[in-house]
Ligand binder design. Sequence first.
Ligand code: SF4
Length: 292
Amino acid sequence: MDYIGHVIRPPSEAYSMIIQVTVGCSHNQCTFCGTYKDQKFRLKDMATIKRDIDEMSSYRHGFRKAFLADGDVLILPNEEILEIMQYIRKKNPTIERIGVYGNTKAILKKTPEELRALRQSGLGIVYQGIESGNKEVLRRVKKGAFPHKQLEAAEKVKEAGMLLSQTVLLGIGGTELSEEHAIDTGKHLGAMSPQYAGALTVMLLPNTELYRQAQEGNFVLPDKFGMLNELRLMIVNMKVKSPCFFTSNHASNYLPIRASFPEDRHKVIALIEEVLKKRDDRLLKPEHMRAL
Ligand code: SF4
């Protein structure tokens, strides 16, 4: 396979056929993200992509899902994405769903007709990194998309008939904006009501601007109970309008949760409050077991 650099995928795509279509991320400015720092964004040529699809299809039969990496495949013209998806499905008739990471700007550049065409060709899920629902936090971390644009993009994805999976980041507002970040992010997720929402916890990576800010004393991460308090505040404010499967079971988190909202919401809040009340480290994941 012609994999270049770090090829990452969402946890739920662990058994998917992973095809690297682009290298890196077209934005590549988020202060907390070190994933593609050493990569210049580019599209791989179609012949290489098809060779990878051929190779992957020969390894294993019966793939049910495929994922198009890297960070920002939706920025490509529709014709190219459609050609890739059609080739994947031709070679793998068992494929039921194709997924991509969807940068807010890239989603908004697509017309509703283009998104529907992608849906009809098999694009079944878009993973949108939200990080925060607080405008100032998003400005500071250079996310490149404010909450109202994220909401607009989320609605477009859902209207096109695709599943929407969103991730947010505990701790990204630092201690200074911790509460505002948590409350606004909960409200924002409630307003968007994705089918899937996941919370990850910030880990400072040495190749990032956020790490440098922390070293210089300009950014302070909340401690583990501060992170947990953010999770509590977020869920208290997350009033979804339609069913949402919520997880905080990513390796970076201190307290793993898998719950269906709205029905499990009060149960989850009570659990987090109990842990916060006890303040017992043993109830949380040890630091050495956390990872990104
Ligand atoms: S978080 Fe996403 S949008 Fe931001 S730089 Fe990383 S891959 Fe790109």
